[in-house]
Structures are given as C-alpha cells and as structure tokens.
Write a protein that binds this ligand. Structure first.
Ligand SMILES: [Zn+2]
Length: 405
C-alpha cells in the first residue's frame, strides 16, 4: 500500500494559522483527548503519517508528533516503514499495534450470554456464547459470566485485558448489574456499562459499515426495540437510558391494545414476541414448532426470519410488516434530525438480511421523496450481532482515553 508523502507541503503551509488555532485547541483539550483522537485517526486510516493526521485534525505536526511519542511509549502505535519519497526525508508510516491491548464485551440476551474480545483496531479476536439456563436467577447469570471469562482466558490471560464493557438490557435489575461488574472487578478487569443500542451502533461503526461522517441511526432488536444515534462515530448521549427505547411508539392508533394501555405500539409489530404471534395466525408457528415463551422468543424469531429467507410467503409477510413498523417508528428521527444512514441490528433482523433490507429500503425510498434527500438503510453484517463488539470497543475507548495519565 502506497501512501503519498505530502509532508513537505503541508508542514509549512498549515503552520502559520494552524499554530495559533492549535495552541488554543491544546489549552482547551486535555492532552489525553488529543492522544485518543490521534489514535482513533490512525485506526481509521489503517496506515498514515503524522502530517496526514495533523492535516485531518487541524492541529500542528508538532502536536501530533508529541501525541504519537506518548502512544508509542504506551505500545499502542508502531512505525510500519516509510512513505514513498517525493524528495527529501521520507515520512514514517504509523499503524495501530493490534497485539498491544484488547478488551472484552458482554451481552445478555433472554437465553444466552455472549463475550467478545477485540484488539486495539476493533477487530474481533475471539468470542464465546453460553446458554443462560431457565429461570435466570442473578446468581446463575453471574456464574455463567464466570464460566465465559474462564473460556476467554484460555486464549488470552485476563490480566492483559484493559476492561470489559457490558451491553446491559434496561430490564436487568440494579442488583444484578452490580453483581456482574463486581465479578469482573474481583478479577482486576475494570467494567463499564451502557445500553445495548449504543453498543450495537459502536460495534457496527467500528466494523466499518457506517459512514465516518454524518448522523447515523442504529436500531437494535433484543428484549427491547431501541435506537442509538452516532454523530461522526461518537454516541449522542441521551438524558436517561430509557429514552432510547421504541417499544411503545405508536404505529397505528387503531391497532391492538398494548400492555401499556395504549393501542398499536411498535412492539406489537416488531418485537420477537410479535413475530411469533403473527406466525400463530397463519399456522407458521405450528409448522415451525415455535411457542414464543420468554426463554425461547429470540430463537423463535430467528427461526421465522430464516424461514423468510427461504421464500416462505407467510414468514416474508411477517418480516415485511416488522421492518416497515420499525422504519415508521424511527422515521420522525430520520426526518427531523437529518439522519442519512439507518442500520438495523439484532439477531433475528440479521438472520433475514435480504427481506428486512428490502422492506426497510422500500420504506425509505417511498418516504425519502418527501424529504428531498436519500436515506441509506442497511442490515448489519457483524455476526451474530454487533453488540458485544461495541461493548468491547467502549471498554477499549475508555482505556485509550486515559492512556498517558
Ligand atoms: Zn405499549
């Protein structure tokens, strides 16, 4: 791979006005933020030079050089040869030292607990999926986490993990959250947690399937239907965790009554239980032997989704209805905030990428006309879904932003 060396030009051109701008930026930003931003830029560009980074971030080459010095001392960045010479000294190429550090991500679904390990580039190193036994007593979930960590430690010593991110379902009791993070703390692994949709969005972004710039919406289906927004790859924080849940957004005021007391809520159309309920009406549930009880509802929904990909009309209609309902629920956000990309994530959505994508894209095409701009819709390809990867990325970012303290 050839990276043109433009160091001689930009090194002098940008300096005059850049220096002042840069000094102001340096005063207002803690040094660790600059390190983290430089690291993120190197990761995104795979291989790059100090000058290219300086130009992209709008800071002086000296600032980048100092940040790179600290990142190299921490073992996070290494030099990888030289750029092609355009006359004069050739610039060193920089890349992430992907062997240096790694982080863990954990997701908890109705019937399984997943762990993923990612390296500093955000690439998946290993993962393990454990069944969560029926009943799911807090002690059982904690024990399952211990077993999962044991499995992961067979490949990498846990003491070298920088941290663990938990993609916590909002239904998880506070005591259980505390017990889970205490378990990892005992092992010396710092823990942090956030909602599943934000983790899914980060996992999808770091896997390269979302644009680097702009506002993107990630829809995540698990115990809840939720949405997370990223601006240029960074999560937009909401005031309360529950604010991202779309379960009770009204799709049809004349629809069936929901448990919440209102009619036509999204979860009656697009939740895993809704897919099973629809399958009951057409006889598909009996054919597939699915019953939609809490422990199996995700697996049941996956089965229905897979059946849709095999061309079963009944299953296709269920998926079409769910995809359109999801799009209807997020559309006010897309239209009102200027979202240009919508990524659909979650096990059963990703089990039927073609039918989901077809229906959602058609919706965006129909209603995009009114917006006067195109909206891209895609189904995530990060398997089994990007949540655990995103949770690990979260732990990694937290570690990286404190490097150099
Ligand atoms: Zn409701």
């Amino acid at each position: 791979m050839e990276v043109p060396d433009r160091s001689r030009k930009s090194g002098t051109i940008d300096l005059d006005d850049g220096e002042e701008r840069d000094m102001a930026a340096e005063r207002s930003r803690p040094r660790t933020t600059i390190d983290s931003t430089v690291l993120e830029t190197i990761r995104r560009r795979s291989v790059t030079t100090r000058v290219e980074i300086a130009r992209e971030l709008g800071v002086t080459p000296a600032t980048v050089t100092n940040a790179v010095k600290r990142l190299m001392a921490a073992g996070l960045v290494i030099e990888a040869g030289h750029a092609r010479s355009t006359g004069g000294k050739r610039a060193s190429l920089l890349r992430i030292n992907d062997e240096a550090r790694w982080a863990l991500g954990c997701t908890i679904e109705p019937a399984r607990l997943s762990l993923a390990a990612v390296d500093t580039t955000g690439a998946l190193r290993s993962r393990s999926v454990l069944p969560l036994p029926l009943g799911r007593e807090p002690a059982t979930i904690v024990e399952t986490l211990r077993q999962g960590l044991d499995l992961m430690s067979a490949r990498d010593s846990l003491s070298s993990a920088t941290g663990i991110g938990f993609a916590m379902p909002s239904t998880l009791p506070a005591e259980l959250r505390t017990a889970l993070t205490a378990t990892t703390a005992e092992l010396g692994i710092p823990a942090l947690e956030t909602d599943e949709a934000t983790c899914a969005a980060l996992g999808s972004f770091w896997s390269g399937e979302q644009p680097e710039q702009g506002l993107t919406a990630t829809v995540h289906a698990n115990s809840h239907l939720a949405i997370a927004l990223l601006q240029d790859g960074a999560p937009i924080q909401h005031a309360a965790e529950a604010a991202s849940v779309l379960d009770h957004v009204c799709i049809d005021p004349n629809g069936h009554l929901c448990d919440c007391g209102m009619a036509g809520c999204l979860n009656l159309y697009a939740a895993g239980s809704a897919l099973v309920e629809q399958a009951r009406h057409t006889g598909l549930a009996a054919d597939l032997d699915v019953n939609g009880i809490e422990e199996s509802v995700n697996a049941d929904a996956v089965l229905i989704a897979l059946t849709a990909t095999r061309g079963d009309d009944r299953a296709e209609q269920i998926i079409d209805r769910a995809a359109r309902a999801l799009m209807q629920a997020v559309w006010p956000v897309v239209a009102g905030l200027g979202v240009d990309t919508v990524v659909l994530t979650g096990t059963w959505i990703q089990a039927a990428p073609a039918p989901f994508s077809r229906a959602a894209t058609q919706y965006a095409r129909d209603y995009g006309k009114g917006l006067g701009r195109p909206v891209t819709v895609k189904v995530s390809e990060v398997q089994p879904h990007p949540c655990a990867v995103g949770a690990a990325v979260l732990a990694l970012k937290s570690f990286l932003s404190t490097t150099g303290d």
